[in-house]
Ligand binder design. Structure first.
Ligand code: URA
Length: 241
């Protein structure tokens, strides 16, 4: 990780104060003074501030049930930020792993471990996200096979060159479906249904990889070590093209 991030993770300093401290030549890595804030370090390195050894706090991994009309942003805007649900020290060190729209509810992961979140978000890692979708127009017995097949073979979204990756659609009722996708393009689910002439009236994320949402709306909990490890390991895909 970057040296300035390590300083934040091991002291009470914020990013700007950590940079100042590094620029002032107060930080040594393995006995050499380092003044480059983006210098890459590992937690096993011997890193000192004014000669005092620094030890990074452990990373945090959180599941939150995002309420309706909250923003996947660190600051409030037209709606309050979802960070208002989490009263924790240094909450600003956390970032959101895959944003949801203001009118989407459900499972949001937060962490300060950028490497972990990158693997969940990267489309080539094929981490599956399952959404419960309420539709304006019913999917009827006449067209269900065709609709499911179109999601498997890929849809052409507006302003995108490539088709969407294979997605799995399961009918709960004619206007409620479970959709599992491996990508996270802007408004992806809404645009997928727009591409077949339908409209999303309600959207809720239930699952990421093998992790199912299990806290009430507005509440959060830490992930267990097993859950953290599980998400870092690709699960065998349920989706077949
Ligand atoms: N797809 C959307 O359209 N919106 C979301 O919030 C998540 C996925």
């Amino acid at each position: 990780m970057r040296l300035d991030k390590f300083i934040c993770k091991s002291t009470a300093l914020n990013r700007a104060e950590a940079s100042e401290c590094i620029n002032a030549g107060k930080i040594s890595v393995n006995d050499a003074v380092i003044t480059d804030i983006s210098f890459q370090v590992h937690e096993s390195n011997h890193i000192t501030l004014d000669g005092r050894k620094l030890i990074a706090r452990p990373s945090r991994y959180i599941m939150l049930h995002k309420p309706m009309h909250t923003l996947s942003s660190n600051v409030d805007g037209d709606y309050p930020s979802l960070f208002n649900c989490i009263e924790l020290e240094r909450v600003e060190d956390l970032h959101i792993v895959g944003r949801l729209d203001a009118d989407t509810t459900g499972l949001v992961l937060l962490t300060d471990d950028g490497r972990w979140s990158f693997d969940i978000i990267r489309p080539d890692k094929l981490c599956e996200k399952t959404y419960r979708v309420t539709l304006r127009d019913p999917i009827t017995a006449d067209n269900v096979a065709e609709v499911i097949a179109s999601f498997v073979s890929g849809l052409q979204l507006q302003n995108e060159k490539a088709l969407t990756q294979p997605a799995k659609l399961e009918l709960v009722t004619s206007t409620e479906v479970l959709l599992t996708i491996t990508e996270g393009k802007y408004h992806q689910v809404k645009r997928m249904f727009a591409a077949i002439g339908n409209r999303v009236n309600g959207l809720h994320r239930e699952q990421i990889g093998a992790l199912k949402l299990d806290v009430e709306v507005g509440l959060w909990r830490y992930l267990t070590a097993d859950e953290v490890a599980l998400l870092a390991t690709p699960t065998p895909s349920q989706i077949s093209a």
